[in-house]
Design a protein around this ligand. Structure first.
Ligand code: ZN
Length: 419
């Protein structure tokens, strides 16, 4: 008989879980202090000993490290900013825009497996993995999470919707993992090409990551196509963080991470129920990144979930703390926009992202400076460079008259409403 839980950690009594977290955190601090120059410097500078890291609460003694800060640290001391021991055996290195370099966290971490298990994926499932396998951590880490629970994986990555439809049909695919937007495109393509998704396909389950699942889209998948949907939450720097169970309420926090909800200004923990920045420490002995600030806003609920898991839970994502904006699952960070701004001196621009037909739509307003410019050439150069830096494609460009964009205006405006 298959259990409702991935392992017994998910049912730890609160005291037991606390002791487990404390033990693993002290271990990470003492090993990190020896192996990582960055950790040693960070502790020494604050006159801290690894033995001062006794409980999760002690994390407040360390600074929160944002994605922006991590990019700087890694640029100063490539590739891992000294967070990794020089003798660490790393089987893979992933990169994400910034750039951020991340070592793969080893074979014994059940990355994403808890999420897939809670979503009902099992041995016998044939799952289409439509996360990118190219450079970024997504494809391979989600792949291994699925393998760990015994599912068969079809690594379709970012192949065209047409090809994904063919795979779903020919391989009797039972599950999908990827972004909700892409599943929506695949379904539309299937219908365009004469398929009846509900009757012709065995696709009955989907676990989404990298972008929020709009309630309207969830309703469409579940009601019109009988695809049971689940949300997974993580960050490329720290792996999986939380996931939905069959109750589809707040998200269970994974057993391999300590999640703090902090005031982004003070770095101190806020009370359960209060909104703050999600700060994550992944308990591991390879990449000693304490207190990664995700920039996402949420709150913690300490209530028990009817599913039987005893972990604390996150109340979804309330938005972004900073101005970094995620478009189609990819971050556009202020640092990247600055690089672009520096390349095109005198050219003002403003990006807007909004939702159109359940997909992120990115528009650019471009205000060229000076007369005698070849606008078409400028536009093309700008779009190409933008794509190179941010890896996101601009959907529409509008050339505007001088004086339209005011200096100091936001470089990117997020107009999406997740309703
Ligand atoms: Zn639950």
């Amino acid at each position: 008989m298959s259990s409702d839980f991935f392992d017994s950690k998910e049912n730890m009594a609160p005291k037991e879980r606390e002791a487990y977290y404390d033990r693993r955190l002290s271990e990470m601090a003492s090993i990190g202090y020896v192996k990582s120059k960055r950790v040693r410097d960070m502790f020494d500078k604050r006159q801290l000993n690894p033995s001062d890291m006794k409980t999760a609460r002690d994390l407040e003694k360390l600074p929160v490290i944002s994605r922006e800060r991590l990019i700087e640290i890694e640029a100063d001391d490539p590739p891992f900013g000294g967070f990794c021991g020089s003798t660490a055996e790393i089987d893979r290195v992933f990169t994400s825009p910034g750039p951020v370099y991340e070592p793969h966290l080893g074979e014994d971490d059940p990355l994403w497996a808890r999420a897939y298990y809670a979503a009902g994926f099992r041995k016998g499932d044939i799952v289409l993995n439509a996360f990118s396998y190219h450079m970024v951590a997504a494809g391979l880490t989600f792949h291994e999470g699925l393998r760990r629970i015994g599912a068969t994986v079809v690594p379709s990555g970012t192949s065209s919707a047409q090809l994904q439809v063919q795979l779903i049909r020919d391989l009797d695919i039972t599950g999908y993992t990827g972004t909700p937007s892409f599943l929506h495109s695949i379904i539309k393509k299937a219908e365009e090409t004469g398929h009846n998704v509900k009757n012709d396909f065995r696709l009955r389950r989907a676990a989404f990551g990298a972008e929020p699942l709009a309630p309207s889209l969830r309703e469409l998948f579940e009601n019109d196509y009988l695809i049971d949907t689940y949300q997974m939450y993580g960050a490329t720097e720290v792996g999986d963080i939380a996931y939905e169970c069959r109750e589809k309420g707040p998200w269970h926090i994974c057993e391999e991470v300590i999640v703090e909800i902090v005031d982004p200004v003070t770095g101190k923990n806020v009370e359960p129920g209060m909104l703050g920045e999600i700060v994550v420490t992944r308990l591991n002995n390879i990449f000693f990144l304490f207190r990664f600030g995700t920039g996402d806003l949420s709150s913690i609920t300490v209530e028990r979930c009817p599913c039987g898991r005893t972990s604390y839970m996150l109340n979804g994502i309330a938005g972004r703390v900073g101005d970094a904006v995620k478009v189609r699952g990819l971050f556009i960070a202020p640092s990247q926009l600055k690089v672009i701004s520096n390349r095109f001196t005198g050219v003002r621009f403003q990006l807007s992202v909004f939702r159109k037909e359940n997909r992120d739509f990115l528009t650019l307003r471009l205000e060229p400076a000076g007369a005698g410019l070849d606008y078409n050439e400028l536009q093309k150069k700008f779009e190409d460079f933008f794509r190179e830096i941010c890896t996101v494609k601009i959907d529409k460009v509008e050339l505007v008259k001088p004086g339209t964009i005011i200096e100091g205006d936001k470089l990117i405006v997020d107009q999406r409403r997740w309703e």
